[in-house]
Ligand binder design. Structure first.
Ligand SMILES: Cc1ncc(COP(=O)(O)O)c(C=O)c1O
Length: 427
């Protein structure tokens, strides 16, 4: 598609957008009675208008039945989470029984490390991305120390090359190859939280397994953002949170994917809890853990049904809009944003914005990370004042992530226009 930089072109794109009505399903935050340009899908997705309704259903059921709400009412709580697994399986490319909606992301990462990081002799190394999200780094440290090993010797980080901001696939593969006889685990973020780089998870997964290692992904910035085929890529495990692109509310319940080949493996180490116990006999309360032979066998506790209800409200919108349609719009919205950003840069003699997200379409999702070569914080503050909700990452990066379900092409145009105005007035 040939873009042009007029406002009317953005408006035409909105007119032709088959998903345009879905914006009305969300509450758009306002400042001074004006809707914000909310580009924080990478941080906290917006509230579906039906979220309260779904919450109230849980509260009403509790009010009406008390504890019997587990087994009575329109949606008994005992298997309430089953409603979420099909839509999530579609989004992450898994089989429904490979998904378990439970806990929160950091907790799930630890649970997965218990099962999938098994250092044996010299096969004890972990390969990961440099500057992984802090929780991931602390999680590696915890488990390495738990085995009495030294994190400095065990954890191998792959860095961007000098003067580059993203990590090259060839460097990841070369590191895997170099350590192939001593690798226990390759663990990666699907999309890097800082740069927005989308990694080639399929290639990383097959290379890790070919080297005899387990492979897992943190999909916090990937789930609901980019196409995923966890099962077909033969990934061992993955975890994600649901409050970013999945719009399930602050601190929402997260989820794990565990490949089905592990479901009947009763020998795999895991932390066990009663909610993961064989459903038919759970209430006999007997000794000896007998896991549900699906990803649900990794559940520990009674879920927070209020949190599940919020996620249900959001996933209903994903189902209605259609995941494939969402991806098509996300791509076009993102391309349009890049086109306008390139236009801003070409209008100044000095490059004020360096886009550190990869330019190749297959290496990025909704997020674009703008490294400001000067006056970054001032520009960010001016954007906020003008009603653009972006986020700031030290030392000099503004992250934005317009998403398909509630952002418009016109908003992207206004954002670019405001940014250009701020840069011009400060140049
Ligand atoms: C990549 C990544 N991993 C882990 C986390 C931690 O998530 P939680 O606070 O839900 O445990 C985050 C939070 O933003 C994240 O972005």
């Amino acid at each position: 598609m040939q873009f042009d930089n007029s406002l009317s072109f953005g408006q035409q794109l909105d007119k032709a957008d088959p998903l345009k009505d879905f914006r009305n399903r969300f509450i758009i935050p306002s400042i001074n009675s004006k809707e914000q340009i909310y580009f924080l899908g990478n941080s906290l997705g917006l509230q579906p208008k039906k979220a309260k309704e779904e919450l109230n259903k849980i509260l009403d059921q509790w009010g009406q039945y008390g504890v019997e709400g587990f087994f009575k009412g329109d949606q008994p709580w005992i298997d309430y989470h089953d409603q979420l697994t099909e839509p999530l399986a579609e989004i992450v490319g898994a089989l429904p029984h490979e998904i378990s909606v439970m806990n929160q992301l950091t907790v799930n990462l630890h649970l997965m490390m218990v099962s999938f990081y098994q250092p044996k002799g010299k096969r004890n190394k972990i390969i990961c991305e440099a500057k992984a999200f802090p929780s991931d780094q602390y999680m590696f440290e915890t488990h390495v120390k738990h085995y009495g090993l030294n994190p400095d010797e065990i954890i191998i980080e792959v860095h961007p090359r000098k003067n580059e901001h993203t990590i090259r696939l060839e460097d990841i593969l070369q590191t895997i190859e170099q350590h192939r006889d001593e690798l226990a685990l390759v663990f990666w973020g699907g999309v890097n939280y800082y740069s927005g780089q989308l990694f080639d998870m399929k290639t990383i997964s097959f290379a890790a397994q070919e080297a005899g290692a387990k492979v897992g992904f943190d999909l916090a910035h990937a789930a609901g953002n980019v196409p995923l085929e966890l099962h077909n890529w033969n990934i061992d495990f993955a975890c994600w949170c649901s409050y970013k692109y999945l719009n399930a509310g602050p601190g929402a319940v997260g989820a794990v994917y565990i490949h089905e080949r592990y479901h009947n493996d009763t020998g795999i180490p895991r932390y066990a809890g009663w909610w993961g116990y064989d459903k038919a006999t759970r209430f006999k309360m007997e000794k000896g853990f007998k896991p549900i032979p699906t990803a649900e066998g990794w559940q520990l506790s009674t879920p927070s049904f209020l949190s599940l209800a919020l996620q249900k409200a959001s996933l209903k919108i994903f189902e209605e809009a259609g995941w494939k349609n969402i991806l098509v719009k996300q791509k076009l919205l993102n391309k349009y944003l890049w086109f306008l950003l390139d236009g801003i840069n070409s209008g100044f003699s000095k490059k004020i914005i360096e886009i550190i997200t990869p330019r190749k379409e297959e290496e990025r999702g909704c997020q674009v990370s703008l490294l400001m070569t000067e006056r970054g914080k001032e520009i960010f503050d001016a954007l906020s004042k003008a009603g653009v909700m972006a986020d700031w990452r030290e030392p000099n990066v503004i992250r934005i992530a317009p998403v398909a379900l509630y952002n418009t092409y016109e908003e992207v145009w206004h954002f670019a226009n405001i940014l250009k105005g701020i840069i011009s007035s400060q140049s």
